[in-house]
Design a protein around this ligand. Structure first.
Ligand SMILES: Nc1ncnc2c1ncn2[C@@H]1O[C@H](COP(=O)(O)OP(=O)(O)O)[C@@H](O)[C@H]1O
Ligand SMILES: [Mg+2]
Length: 250
C-alpha cells in the first residue's frame, strides 16, 4: 500500500448467503485520482460501494481510508471522515424545493441525523457550502424550484450537490448519468470534470465512452470478480473486457 493511497480495498468479499456479490476485490485509489468501476449489471459494483460506505460491511477483507482501517466503522463515522456518495436511484424529497433538499443535506452531514423538523436557519458557513455545491452542480438559479419539477438530469445534478455539500475527501458516484439524455450526460460529465482534484473520486458507470474520458484508472468487475484493471486505453483494448462487458452491455 502506497502512502499516497486515499482508499485501499484489500481482498473484499461481500456474500449474500451463497452468492459472493463481491469476490476478492483489491483496489488502491491514489489521493486525487478519478477511478471508474465498470462491468455488466449484477457485477457487484453497487455492493462494492456499500462496502466502502459501510451500508453492507464486507464479509471478508479490509477497507482502509487515509491510512485508517474503517472496515467496521459505521456509515455515519465514515461520512464524518469525508466519504460521500450518490445513489443509482434518485434519493431526493420530491415535494420539497432544491434549497430545502440542500438544507436537509447540510444538516444530515453535520451530525449524522437527517431530520425534517426543528429546522433552524442554516448558519453562514452552512449556507455558503450549500450555495457553492449548487453552483458546482449548475443549479444555482434553481433553488426555489420544487424537485418534482426539475428535469431528471437536474435531479441527478442535485444529488451530486447534496453529496458535495459535506465537502467530502472521497466522492462515490453510482451511475450519475444513468437514464439521462445525451445532452444531460454532457452536463454531468462537465460537472464531474470540473470538480477539484483535491477530491478523490470513484465512479460507477455503465456508459464506457463517458467514463473512460473522465478517469485515470478503471477496474472492470464481472460476477463479483476483478476482470481487468488499467488505464482507459488499456481497458478499451482489453479483450476480456470487450468480450464480457461490451458483449453483454451493448
Ligand atoms: N441485499 C442483497 N441481498 C441479496 N443479493 C444482493 C443484494 N444486493 C445485491 N445483491 C446481488 O448481488 C449481485 C451484485 O449486485 P449489484 O452490486 O447491485 O450489481 P451492479 O451494481 O454491478 O449492477 C447481484 O446478483 C444482486 O442480485
Ligand atoms: Mg449498481
Amino acid at each position: 500500500m502506497s502512502d499516497a493511497s486515499a482508499l485501499v480495498l484489500e481482498n473484499i468479499v461481500v456474500a449474500f448467503g451463497a452468492l459472493k456479490a463481491v469476490d476478492n476485490v483489491s483496489i488502491a485509489v491514489r489521493s486525487g485520482e478519478r477511478h471508474a468501476i465498470i462491468g455488466p449489471n449484477g457485477a457487484g459494483k453497487t455492493t462494492l460501494f456499500n462496502a466502502i460506505t459501510g451500508v453492507t460491511p464486507p464479509t471478508a477483507g479490509r477497507v482502509v481510508f487515509q491510512g485508517q482501517d474503517i472496515t467496521r466503522r459505521s456509515v455515519q463515522g465514515r461520512a464524518r471522515m469525508g466519504i460521500s456518495r450518490t445513489f443509482q436511484i434518485t434519493n431526493l424529497f420530491p415535494s420539497l424545493t432544491v434549497d430545502e433538499n440542500m438544507q436537509l443535506a447540510v444538516r444530515g452531514n453535520g451530525d449524522g441525523k437527517f431530520s425534517m423538523f426543528g429546522a433552524a436557519e442554516l448558519n453562514a458557513g452552512q449556507a455558503e457550502r450549500a450555495s457553492a455545491a449548487l453552483s458546482i452542480s449548475r443549479l444555482d438559479t434553481r433553488g426555489a424550484v420544487i424537485v418534482s419539477e426539475l428535469s431528471y438530469g437536474e435531479q441527478r445534478q442535485l444529488e451530486m450537490a447534496m453529496a458535495l455539500v459535506a465537502q467530502p475527501k472521497l466522492l462515490l458516484l453510482d451511475e450519475p448519468a444513468a437514464g439521462l439524455s445525451p445532452a444531460e450526460r454532457i452536463i454531468v460529465a462537465e460537472i464531474i470534470r470540473s470538480l477539484s482534484h483535491d477530491l478523490t473520486m470513484v465512479l460507477i458507470e455503465h456508459d464506457m465512452e463517458l467514463v473512460l474520458n473522465l478517469v485515470e484508472r478503471v477496474t472492470c468487475l464481472n460476477n463479483g470478480q476483478m476482470l481487468a484493471e488499467g488505464t482507459p486505453n488499456e481497458i478499451r483494448s482489453n479483450q476480456l473486457v470487450q468480450d464480457v462487458y461490451l458483449g453483454k452491455a451493448r
